[in-house]
Write a protein that binds this ligand. Structure first.
Ligand SMILES: *[C@@H]1O[C@H](CO)[C@@H](O)[C@H](O)[C@H]1NC(C)=O
Ligand SMILES: *[C@@H]1O[C@H](CO)[C@@H](O)[C@H](O)[C@H]1NC(C)=O
Ligand SMILES: *[C@@H]1O[C@H](CO)[C@@H](O)[C@H](O)[C@H]1NC(C)=O
Ligand SMILES: *[C@@H]1O[C@H](CO)[C@@H](O)[C@H](O)[C@H]1NC(C)=O
Ligand SMILES: *[C@@H]1O[C@H](CO)[C@@H](O)[C@H](O)[C@H]1NC(C)=O
Length: 538
């Protein structure tokens, strides 16, 4: 394009930016938000359905950066945009530490937000009385998750993860294990197996086969080491089990004719939901692909939004309602690699899954939670101008070495190794003007060299939508979350016996000034007043 054509374009862009951000713009925007807040009513219905979305490692920094990226992919400046959960009416903070660790791991935190008690790092579905790695210490410490309680309450249940379905977060929904790594029998040390502990995949198939829908990765933990993987099947890709068990066949034979197993998207799309009561989908030997790599998968994988849609379609045929957990498991892995691109694009895919759930359900009877287990050592820094590319460098400032730096960085991780190498080889850090910072595999700078970037210890957010979401209202211990789920959904195990309130009339003319309360009061008071008038006039 010739320069004289560019100039008006540039000016009109500048003009629209200038006029759209004057006092009237921001006052109108804030007034609309105020109006929404004033119209907010407390939803005190019963959560017939619960959808529990968990972004592994999805801290507030990650959601801000992903929100900006999403807007910029649509040609906008990005900062003003919103992800699905940004529109939820209630938000609180979650303190994530484990009982023995300042910065948490995913197993102890999953025990907190699914089973309701904080626990030691690395342990699943057992309380702080147990020792990590000690099978003998487990007896008597087991705690059940809200998924198990939902099943007891007669609900349909489902579990989705883009990680292995035996990985820490989904495993806390059904397993009790002194060690998160015991995903298949080969990982359980002989002396622990002798104490009677069985691996996580076997616990899923043998002790929790009530779960109606299980979709994710992790075939290796279900197949014997003599069975070739169906997708990559050569002699180097077999199952990991050394006990000869084929847990997929075992699951199919127990569940019978209403059960289906699939391992690719084509087969998933062909499943007849009307005749399928149980569905197991394992789409990769290990974790499912990152969203950016998904379309290149050999046999085809569903997106997290597609899995969520299918799950809601299948589970909502149960008239008692359902409990569904959906984990975006690889936001965390992208961060561990120091690759913000993978973490952020998986966060956007997760947003699409949440948006799909909002679209398909009714906030009157469906509680939707979006939260994270823990944060990461991830930062958005500098003073870049509005709309500056989120993967790019600060366009207004250099470091004190007069070299540009990127907006996104980590406190530790693989980027620190590259940085240390650069100092060793050149005596200086790389100049990011020439870096390939937009590429899918680009590793952000990090201060401390480390093979894997670490989790972060800051609070994470809880976004809530639907019945009793207002019970998320401040800074909570993470293990509070399932207590609200139990209360909102009336699971029978609830200590506060929430279900009794289902038959109670709400307080007559007290509480919130919601129109229906006023209407109810009016319907009582008005006839009363007219009776009194009638009596006086007689
Ligand atoms: C399996 O691995 C071995 C050793 O790395 C290699 O020589 C062989 O070509 C591999 N087989 C296939 C089918 O990839
Ligand atoms: C499978 O596991 C068994 C038991 O540990 C072992 O003896 C065998 O060599 C393994 N087979 C393969 C193909 O790795
Ligand atoms: C995926 O496939 C497309 C085209 O088929 C190719 O351009 C792209 O590089 C591939 N991406 C990866 C991560 O392999
Ligand atoms: C998907 O799985 C089905 C059932 O095992 C199989 O027949 C089909 O070939 C697979 N599709 C692809 C693309 O691998
Ligand atoms: C940053 O340093 C580069 C030279 O490395 C220079 O060209 C550029 O103008 C500087 N930018 C700012 C914002 O100071």
């Amino acid at each position: 394009m010739t320069p004289y054509l560019l100039l008006p374009l540039f000016l009109s862009a500048l003009l629209s930016l200038a006029t759209s951000q004057d006092a009237a713009f921001w006052n109108n925007q804030a007034q609309r938000t105020l109006e929404e807040a004033l119209n907010l009513r407390q939803n005190q219905g019963i959560a017939k359905n619960v959808i529990f979305f968990l972004g592994d490692g999805m801290d507030i920094t990650t959601t801000t950066a992903a929100r900006i990226l999403r807007g910029q992919m649509d040609g906008e400046t990005g900062e003003e945009g919103s992800l699905a959960w940004d529109d939820f009416p209630h938000v609180a903070l979650s303190k994530t530490y484990n009982t023995d660790q300042q910065v948490a791991d995913s197993a102890g935190t999953a025990t907190a937000f699914l089973c309701g008690v904080k626990a030691k790092a690395g342990t699943l579905g057992i309380d702080d009385g147990a020792e990590r790695g000690s099978c003998a210490s487990v007896a008597g410490t087991e705690v059940d998750s809200v998924l198990v309680e939902a099943n007891r309450a007669g609900k349909a249940t489902g579990l989705i993860s883009t990680a292995r379905v035996t990985h820490a977060t989904p495993a806390a929904a059904y397993a009790h294990s002194a060690e998160r790594d015991w995903e298949n029998n080969d990982r359980v040390p002989d002396e622990e197996a002798d104490e009677g502990c069985i691996d996580i995949a076997r616990q899923l198939v043998e002790e929790n086969n009530f779960i109606n829908l299980i979709l994710g990765g992790g075939r290796v933990n279900f197949l014997p080491n003599t069975t070739l993987d169906p997708e990559y099947g050569d002699e180097n890709t077999t199952g990991y089990r050394t006990d000869g068990l084929n847990l997929i066949e075992q699951w199919l034979s127990v569940k019978g004719s209403s059960a289906q197993y699939v391992w690719n998207k084509t087969a998933l799309d062909r499943v007849d939901l009307s005749s399928t009561e149980y569905l197991l989908g394992l789409f990769e030997p290990s974790h499912m692909k990152y969203e950016v790599d998904r379309l290149n998968d050999t046999a085809g994988e569903p997106s997290i939004a597609e899995m969520t849609e299918l799950a809601i379609n299948m589970l909502s045929s149960d008239e008692d309602g359902f409990f569904l957990m959906v984990e975006s498991g690889r936001i965390d892995h992208g961060h561990h690699m120091g690759v913000a691109h993978k973490a952020l694009t998986d966060t956007i895919a997760f947003h699409e899954a949440v948006a799909k759930a909002i679209e398909m359900t009714d906030s009157d009877d469906t509680l939707i939670l979006v939260t994270a287990d823990h944060g990461h050592a991830f930062a958005i820094g500098g003073y870049a101008s509005r709309g500056n590319p989120i993967f790019g460098y600060d366009d207004r400032n250099n470091g004190s070495d007069d070299k540009p730096y990127l907006t996104l960085s980590y406190a530790n991780g693989p980027g620190g190794i590259a940085l240390a190498d650069s100092y060793i080889n050149t005596g200086a850090r790389p100049n990011h003007y020439t870096s390939d910072y937009d590429s899918e595999g680009f590793v952000q700078d990090a201060t401390v060299p480390a093979i894997s970037e670490t989790h972060g210890g800051a609070d994470v957010a809880i976004y809530a939508h639907g019945p009793w979401s207002h019970l998320f209202h401040g800074t909570h211990e993470q293990n509070y979350i399932p207590h609200v789920v139990r209360y909102a959904a009336c699971y029978s195990d609830s200590e506060d016996n929430a279900c009794t309130r289902a038959t109670e009339e709400p307080p007559m003319c007290t509480g919130s000034a919601h129109p229906t309360v006023l209407a109810r009061c009016a319907s009582v008071i008005l006839p009363l007043i007219s009776l009194i008038f009638l009596w006086i006039s007689m």
